[in-house]
Write a protein that binds this ligand. Structure first.
Ligand code: FES
Ligand code: FES
Length: 156
């Protein structure tokens, strides 16, 4: 089947998509956007988180066909004008990236959190990121990164 979808602001048409194909596969394997990671493919880890019409979703659980006529924004689409988004910068500066497998999903989820709540409490942060698993950092650096990103956004 054919899927028409706007990805990171660009209208795309993809042919020969099979019925069971996931949005994650479409993005990574057909569109050359490997930022969203495939770690569990079962909706458990959040590594594949992307925006679908402004709502963060696990791209591994969304059928590619469900994206028809909709907007997708991946971690690659957060940077603008050649500059990283403040959330991306904060993850680097806070040392919240080790193997980096969880990072794209955490960055997108944090981006969404700060957009709806510019001054989240630690409890809010933990709740927002509860579906994003990290095997490396112990989460403290991630919390630091989210706090730093919120401060940056507030003063941007
Ligand atoms: S790869 Fe989608 S939730 Fe883990
Ligand atoms: S940095 Fe390795 S899984 Fe999070």
């Amino acid at each position: 089947m054919r899927v028409n979808v706007t990805v990171n602001g660009s209208a795309e048409t993809v042919d020969d998509v099979w019925e069971g194909e996931s949005l994650l596969y479409l993005l990574r394997e057909r569109m050359g956007l490997p930022g969203s990671k495939n770690a569990c493919e079962q909706g458990e880890c959040g590594s594949c988180t992307v925006y679908l019409d402004d709502v963060p979703v696990c791209a591994c659980l969304v059928a590619a066909g469900q994206a028809e006529g909709r907007r997708v924004r991946t971690v690659e689409g957060l940077a603008e004008g050649g500059r990283l988004d403040p959330v991306q910068e904060a993850f680097v500066e806070a040392g919240a990236v080790q193997c980096g497998f969880c990072t794209p999903g955490l960055v997108v989820q944090t981006h969404a959190l700060i957009a709806r709540d510019p001054d989240p409490s630690d409890a809010d942060i933990r709740e927002a990121l509860a579906g994003n698993l990290c095997r490396c950092t112990g989460y403290e650096k991630i919390l630091d990164a989210v706090r730093l990103a919120a401060r940056r956004k507030a003063t941007a």
